[in-house]
Design a protein around this ligand. Structure first.
Ligand SMILES: *[C@@H]1O[C@H](CO)[C@@H](O)[C@H](O)[C@H]1NC(C)=O
Ligand SMILES: *[C@@H]1O[C@H](CO)[C@@H](O)[C@H](O)[C@H]1NC(C)=O
Ligand SMILES: *[C@@H]1O[C@H](CO)[C@@H](O)[C@H](O)[C@H]1NC(C)=O
Length: 350
């Protein structure tokens, strides 16, 4: 037991005397992104190491040299390395460059505006040698062929064309000789898909004979088929009010534009009472004939029983219907004839 212990002690002592006089340094520890792959495991005192940055990185601060000191430790490593920057690139005509950063390993993307096609790579990466992996691409306009000419028709170009191609955004106007009518798009475009908008047709347009309207008439109309842009005029019977446009037009579609309508007058459903109509306060008997026109307003008088005062309430004639407000109370013949000063229209107004 004692012998084994002694042996261990001797071993340790001999190891100690073997290592201590040499004073070596281990692998140096350095800042991030400093090249450390070539480091040796052991360095002798006094040995120097020149540090460098990893691929794609460049020194930005600190000194590159470290020394293994006599005490077996390294001088402090201060070298700092940052990503290299690629040069600014652009502008991209008729397109956009999407940039988040321009340092080593970052990528930028290219897109072209609507109607333009990208030729080249749509992305580029900043490489370790501070150059872009791909050159700037081009955005070229979309190309269309020549627009088709409608049968019987002609086209007018928006600019002088040469050759057999047109560009995105180019336009033409279609024409048809009268009485033919352009049926479809009157103006055509070279679209972003490289195709022209649909070619219209030259058509003969006829609208069916015009039809009448309720409570109205067509003063001069000839009841026959009509051509494009022909018009017919409508009128309303007496006391009817015309709503809409008085004229209908024969449209390209072969349909008439919408016809007007004639709205009916109203009778005021009151036998005894006073109304406010046309800026005047009159007894209902004085309204001769008993009729107001569509959309006209009148007021009847109601009574506030709590405050014992009268107040006017408005109502409107809507196509033959005039609603008498609920608060209006028709007086008895006796009250109307002998006590008319007590009616809501005659007492003090609220
Ligand atoms: C570029 O495109 C890629 C893939 O579409 C996307 O992940 C990245 O965020 C884009 N970069 C920028 C700067 O727009
Ligand atoms: C780049 O083009 C490829 C196809 O070539 C496509 O899949 C990708 O989405 C495009 N990236 C960008 C950012 O437009
Ligand atoms: C024209 O009239 C027809 C039949 O009355 C109808 O089906 C069509 O939708 C109308 N066209 C237009 C553009 O109003």
């Amino acid at each position: 037991m004692a012998q084994t212990f002694l042996l261990l002690l001797i071993c340790q002592l001999s190891l100690y005397t073997l290592v201590t006089p040499m004073k070596v340094c281990g692998r140096p520890s350095v800042q991030p992104n400093v090249e450390d792959e070539e480091f040796m495991r052991v360095y002798e005192a006094g040995q120097e190491v020149i540090l460098s940055c990893k691929r794609g990185y460049t020194p930005t601060a600190g000194s590159r040299k470290i020394i293994c000191g006599g005490s077996g430790s390294w001088s402090r490593s201060t070298l700092q390395c940052s990503r290299k920057s690629c040069p600014f690139i652009g502008p991209l005509l008729n397109g956009e460059i999407h940039i988040a950063d321009i340092v080593y390993q970052s990528t930028i993307n290219y897109t072209c505006n609507h109607g333009y096609i990208l030729h080249g790579a749509n992305t580029s990466e900043c490489l370790h040698d501070a150059t872009w992996s791909n050159p700037l691409p081009f955005c070229d306009p979309v190309i269309c062929g020549l627009p088709e000419v409608p049968k019987y028709g002609t086209i007018t170009y928006s600019r002088k064309f040469e050759g057999k191609t047109t560009l995105y955004g180019d336009s033409v106007t279609y024409n048809c000789p009268p009485p033919l009518v352009v049926f479809g798009n009157e103006i055509g475009f070279c679209t972003a898909s490289g195709k022209w908008t649909e070619t219209p047709e030259c058509r003969v347009v006829t609208c069916p004979p015009p039809t009448g309207i309720a409570n109205g008439f067509m003063p001069f109309a000839v009841i026959r088929e009509h051509g494009y842009k022909d018009r017919v005029r409508y009128g309303c019977d007496i006391n009817y009010v015309l709503v809409g446009t008085a004229e209908a037009e024969c449209l390209k579609t072969g349909n008439w534009s919408s016809k007007p309508v004639c709205r009916a007058p109203c009778t005021v459903g009151i036998d005894r009472g006073r109304i406010f109509y046309n800026g005047k306060k009159i007894w209902i008997k004085e309204l001769k004939p008993n009729r107001i026109l569509h959309s006209e307003l009148l007021e009847v008088y109601c009574q506030n029983t709590e405050k014992d005062c009268g107040y006017p309430v408005a109502t409107q004639c809507i196509d033959g219907t005039l609603k008498i407000p609920k608060c209006f109370k028709e007086p008895s013949a006796f009250t109307y004839n002998f006590q008319s000063s007590s009616l809501p229209s005659e007492i003090e107004m609220c």
